[in-house]
Design a protein around this ligand. Structure first.
Ligand code: LLP
Length: 432
């Protein structure tokens, strides 16, 4: 096997050393320590624009809601705010962060499930657009506040995703309102005085094939047609959710964005005409597609352990830092940042520092021969990396740094040991 494969133009091999948009990975690791998430501003912007341009080729009323759960760093939110993106939030915390990053409330769509009354109140006071997940949630909201504009999440009965945990439509899914209840839901809102409407679906995450999106969109458009027929509602926007996949393993093929945009928008335009739905905005809400390959996790090799059966590389990032391999069995590409030109000829398991056997970042990975002190770069770590990290085993969360055109800045400080006790109290009876 030759040296490492670099997936896009912001990762560069300079004499066997990894540079990330012009910045040395080794320098970042020395300066900020490891584990360290490195985010590439130019790649975030490029991914957003690739998607936007592909959609605008086929329709001019398009909105992209960035799904903040993938990466909520304020710098990432600010980058997307400056690109003109809208924002998909799923918790009051995400709304709070989006407002802090400068998103106006009317650019934020809140899609929650199992939402509390005090959260509904917070959302109503913030002025964000609410996407309703159940009739119970609708009734509770209307007691608190009757918004001018309201959207409903439909379960289109077609789900898809890279793992069963991330399929968010279909019979087993807790999300969305079923076709049999949806006209009633809009009727209740209409009778309460809601004036403007949206409609929404999100079928799952990590989808590399346009087919499930098309099947579900067909269903959503049909449902929208029925609502229009029965209640006379026209939709200001139709949101087809996120879920656009990114290839992680070498055998996965990228989703063709042009094919996705062309086929989705041709279906959209034809059904919108057929069902007399006017000219709604076409919206999608990707998270992974925008930030996944714009993030790299740098982790240092502590130990090389050779047993009669396996070669383990012990690194300083575990599932406290990146949970996807342990949680979904996900594959993340790994390259050795200081040995890019060396042949990949040894088979290793890459293990974290946590006291759990499941703390493995990669199994049977072919890499150059590793020495202690080497620096690994775990690729495609920008989505659901830091945002799903924890302090498990009482390890403070790591830092994040943003790079752009050869310069860099810390965008989240590494937590300290003191952060482990922040907010904890010892009751009187335990004080000696
Ligand atoms: N919209 C809604 C309502 C969602 O629930 C999600 C993701 C998205 C948009 C964005 O999906 P994306 O474009 O990023 O696929 N932790 C998992 C992914 C869970 C996604 C949950 N919902 C992972 O690491 O693969």
């Amino acid at each position: 096997m030759p040296g490492a494969n670099l997936p896009h133009r912001f990762l560069d091999n300079r004499g066997g050393l990894l540079y990330i948009d012009g910045v040395s990975a080794a320098e970042l690791a020395d300066k900020f320590d490891t584990p360290l998430y490195v985010l590439i501003e130019n790649r975030i912007r490029e991914n957003y624009r690739r998607l936007k341009d592909a959609l605008l080729k086929y329709y001019d009323k398009v909105r992209i809601y960035y799904s903040a759960k993938a990466n909520t760093n304020l710098a990432v939110l600010k980058i997307l705010e400056s690109e003109g993106a809208y924002l998909d939030a799923v918790s009051p915390g995400e709304v709070f962060l989006a407002l802090k990053a400068g998103f106006q409330p009317d650019r934020i769509l809140f899609t929650g499930t199992s939402v509390r009354d005090d959260e509904l109140k917070f959302l109503a006071e913030s002025g964000v657009i609410i996407n309703i997940d159940s009739i119970s949630q609708l009734r509770r909201l209307l007691k608190i506040h009757v918004p001018e504009l309201l959207s409903f999440r439909v379960n289109p009965e077609v789900g898809a995703g890279h793992h069963e945990h991330v399929i968010t439509a279909g019979r087993n899914s807790k999300f969305g309102i079923w076709e049999s209840d949806i006209v009633e839901a809009y009727r209740i809102a209409l009778n309460a005085g809601v004036k403007r409407f949206g409609i929404h679906m999100h079928i799952g995450s990590g989808i590399l094939d346009a087919e499930p999106f098309l099947l579900a969109a067909e269903k959503l458009l049909k449902i929208a047609g029925q609502i229009h027929n029965k209640l006379g509602i026209t939709f200001e926007f139709m949101d087809f959710g996120g879920g656009l996949g990114v290839p992680y393993s070498p055998d996965e093929k990228p989703l063709s964005i042009d094919d996705f945009a062309g086929r989705m928008l041709s279906l959209f335009k034809s059904r919108v005409g057929e069902y007399h739905l006017g000219e709604p905005l076409f919206c999608i809400e990707p998270g992974r597609f925008i930030v996944c390959d714009a993030g790299i996790l740098l982790t240092r090799v502590n130990t090389v352990k050779i047993t009669p059966f396996k070669k383990f590389i012990g690194v300083d990032a575990g599932f406290n830092t990146l949970i996807r391999p342990a949680m979904y069995g996900s594959y993340h590409p790994i390259i050795v940042a200081n040995r890019l030109n060396e042949p990949e000829k040894e088979v290793y398991d890459v293990a974290g520092p946590l006291c759990e056997s499941g703390d493995i970042l990669a199994r049977n990975r072919v890499l150059p021969e590793i020495q202690e002190g080497d620096l690994l770069a775990i690729l495609n770590a920008g989505a659901y990396g830091f945002s799903m990290s924890s302090q498990y085993n009482s390890r403070p969360r790591c830092a994040e740094v943003l790079v752009k055109d050869g310069k860099y800045a810390i965008v989240r400080e590494r937590e300290s040991l003191e952060d482990l006790v922040r907010g904890q109290r010892i009751p009187d009876w335990l004080q000696s």
